[in-house]
Ligand binder design. Sequence first.
Ligand SMILES: N[C@@H]1[C@@H](O)[C@H](O)[C@@H](COP(=O)(O)O)O[C@@H]1O
Length: 261
Amino acid sequence: MEVVILPDEDRVGLAGAEAIAQHVARRPDAVLGLATGSSPLRVYRELGQQVTRGELSLAQCRAFLLDEYVGLAADHPEGYRAVIEREFVQLVDIDPANVRGPDGLAHDLSAACLAYEQAIADAGGVDVQLLGVGSDGHIAFNEPGSSLASRTRIKTLTALTRQDNARFFGGEVEAVPAHCLTQGVGTILQARHLVLVALGEGKAHAVQQLVEGPVSAVCPASVLQLHPHVTVLLDEAAASRLELRDYYRETFSGKPAWQGF
Ligand SMILES: N[C@@H]1[C@@H](O)[C@H](O)[C@@H](COP(=O)(O)O)O[C@@H]1O
């Protein structure tokens, strides 16, 4: 796991965009994994600027969302498909038809979950998956207690997550749907590169647990310790509770000492 501590949100956004751009440089038709929430927004803005400047093109990419609320009308502005449309698709040159999310309005939600897993597999799997982390350590909507081998399925949101996300629903907890469809922890682990972004003091405990805590379903994000290629991008506040933060800084600060031997 590569832990990168950066001075501010803009630098985190830049680093996240760089990680994605590197995949696209190697493979122009890369499969991208998209996350919602506020943490990845600067990454999307930076990608948008690179596309506008002609430095990057996502025209051949396909993308899959991590999760979706159950039961929100298709035109609801806080539905994750709508959020991604607004915050990502409209800023870059990806074909909107190539961006897919779980169908939270499906008549048969279980069948929709299976179909979503199949669509990801048919695309050849996700090359680079952007992730945020909930203040309780959830990734996507895999709440504490989620099976670490889970696949895309319906989940019930915790009171804490609904409270955290109420800010997107005019502050009304009751307006936040109680259920969602989410890629499972096992699904996420199959992406070839995981890039997690965490910003602010409110994430410091979850970040400490995910990087340095035991691997446990109590903090689903801790399962990232079992993945061979993870980049964790943090601002100073999110990194503030890491016991080994000076070590992470040293290892990232420049040329490794063994170079040149
Ligand atoms: N389902 C999303 C997660 O994918 C996201 O990581 C989390 C944190 O969001 P934020 O980045 O706004 O703190 O929010 C939601 O619960």
